[in-house]
Design a protein around this ligand. Structure first.
Ligand code: UN1
Length: 512
């Protein structure tokens, strides 16, 4: 089917009707949403006013005061039901992700699978919010560490993982005893509405089963940047988890720090892979192709820089260039297509500017041209670009949110590591090698300086079980698995005297 013939509005209507979302929630408002698949309008959402946003945050604080008293494993039961509802809605929510973001079908579904996975993780976590018992120097005393709910958690999410990022934060925040307030990207409010409806279903079941939960446990704020600012500045919000550009993080971080609120920042990535002389080139080719071209280069973890050893360069790079020429580009709803559209024209313009800058810096560009514009003039499909660069200069040092892979030849392993780390960002990284010394060096203290460092897989496609996030301009935040939950709780150290004397610490005497 040609792009022009797709009736996306009818599909959105059907998905929302199934989820019980009413037309007034996504039609007739002021925030216009377009599908990148065709560039056509698929929604017009009402936006929250500044006063209503402030009132909603106050209400979320009231919800927190009650929710924190519900035992954690019972809070986990709500998330278990959320996981069940997400399983039931996987096909339709995955489809809506594809329609609103332009992800190919398996990636739209994969995004919902990440939501289900983090729910499973959070359910187990709800019985494992462990503190420590600590040896004390005083007799008949006990010292311990307890973890308490923190408060309403603000979640600011980006267009490229419009619902999974909410779930990584919300599933953890909710089992930790917090309420949540979500400000989704202006580009992807429809998937946010759908997710909120799925959450409400889980909540109704939880309450019908006798569970206790307050109103306004999960709040969705549809609006622009001003609404995000209200969330960041509100003194009842002790933590904001923000995913987006480094530029955004530079504004959000200091504002939160000014009022001593916590932040989890997931900002830009400029992820690289090193291909050494012992690499399995068939595996490398597949790993690089998915990481660099998948999601049309619009993941924070997308592979953007490839350092290839001189001895394997000519065996790998021409094959890679061939894969770039033959990759299937088109409607993400059609089986077999691997690369969907860019999110909008601005993304296309930035990609073209980066390619021009690369040429000016001595790069040789293959691909990058617009395709399918004859079928849909307002949609921006591109052939992924592979750019051979003489050096790590010009746009190679920036994150351009588009499928551009810069390839650089290297001779010496230590030089490759130094180049790898010599960018402002530090999210994800990989090495392709069969040499255990190189592999171990890459994941060691002198290797990759990123939050994620992989061996023989690409930098994108992280599982939820690990802590997700990166260093330097990536912002330092960690969310999802491992012990990332601690950021959503406050720690208290308690010392209890069960004796009849009052020995002081450090041998201090104070006899009155
Ligand atoms: C992002 O692009 O915002 O590792 C996060 C991955 C995904 C998460 C990407 N699990 O590619």
């Amino acid at each position: 089917m040609t792009l022009a013939k797709l009736d996306l509005v009818a599909e959105v209507d059907k998905i929302f009707a199934d989820l019980g979302v009413t037309a007034d929630q996504y039609k007739g408002g002021t925030l216009t949403v377009r599908s990148p698949i065709t560039g056509t309008e698929i929604g017009k959402l009402p936006e929250v006013s500044a006063d209503d946003a402030r009132a909603a945050i106050d209400a979320a604080h009231q919800a927190f005061l009650e929710w924190r008293l519900v035992p954690a494993p019972k809070r986990g039961e709500l998330i278990r039901l959320l996981g069940e509802e997400l399983r039931a809605a996987k096909t339709s929510l995955g489809r809506l992700v594809s329609i609103e973001v332009g992800k190919v079908t398996s990636e739209g579904l994969g995004e919902v699978q990440e939501m289900i996975d983090i729910c499973d993780f959070a359910v187990g976590l709800s019985r494992q919010l462990y503190g420590l018992t600590i040896a004390t120097e005083r007799s008949e005393h006990r010292m311990m560490e307890t973890w308490h709910p923190l408060g309403p958690v603000g979640i600011i999410s980006a267009f490229n993982f419009p619902v999974a990022v909410w779930s990584w934060n919300a599933a953890l925040a909710l089992v930790c005893g917090n309420s949540t307030i979500w400000k989704p990207s202006e580009k992807t409010p429809l998937t946010a509405l759908a997710t909120q409806a799925i959450f409400e279903k889980a909540l109704s079941r939880y309450i019908a089963d006798g569970g206790k939960a307050p109103q306004n446990l999960s709040t969705l704020l549809i609006g622009g940047r001003d609404i995000g600012e209200i969330l960041v500045d509100h003194d009842k919000v002790p933590l904001v988890s923000a995913t987006g550009s480094t530029r955004m993080g530079r504004e959000v971080g200091p504002r939160l720090a000014k009022r001593f609120a916590r932040s989890i920042l997931e900002l830009g990535g400029n992820n690289a892979a090193i291909v050494t002389q012992t690499a399995d080139l068939d595996l490398t080719l597949r790993g690089v192709a998915f990481s660099a071209m998948g999601t049309a280069g619009q993941r924070c973890t997308t592979l953007r820089r490839l350092f290839v050893h001189d001895s394997v360069y000519d065996a790998l790079v021409p094959r890679l260039a061939k894969a770039y020429q033959s990759v299937t580009i088109g409607s993400p709803l059609q089986d077999g297509n691997l690369v969907g559209p860019l999110i909008d024209q601005a993304a296309f313009d930035k990609m073209q500017a980066a390619l021009e800058a690369a040429k000016a810096a001595g790069g040789t560009v293959v691909g990058g041209e617009r395709v399918l514009d004859g079928e849909a003039a307002d949609a921006y499909y591109v052939r992924p670009a592979i750019v051979e660069m003489p050096d790590q200069t010009g746009p190679v040092r920036d994150e351009t949110f588009a499928p551009i892979l810069y390839v650089i030849r290297y001779q010496d392993f230590d030089e490759a590591i130094a180049l790898h780390n010599d960018v402002p960002q530090g999210l994800s990284s990989s090495i392709f090698t069969n040499d255990i010394r190189e592999a171990e060096a890459f994941v060691s203290a002198r290797g990759s300086d990123c939050g994620i460092a992989n061996v023989n897989i690409g930098p994108s496609g992280a599982e939820i079980g690990g802590a997700f996030g990166g260093e330097k301009e990536t912002g330092g935040g960690r969310e999802s698995g491992s012990d990332a939950w601690r950021a959503y709780m406050r720690r208290a150290t308690n010392t209890v005297n069960y004796g009849r004397t009052l020995p002081l610490a450090q041998g201090v005497k104070f006899d009155i």
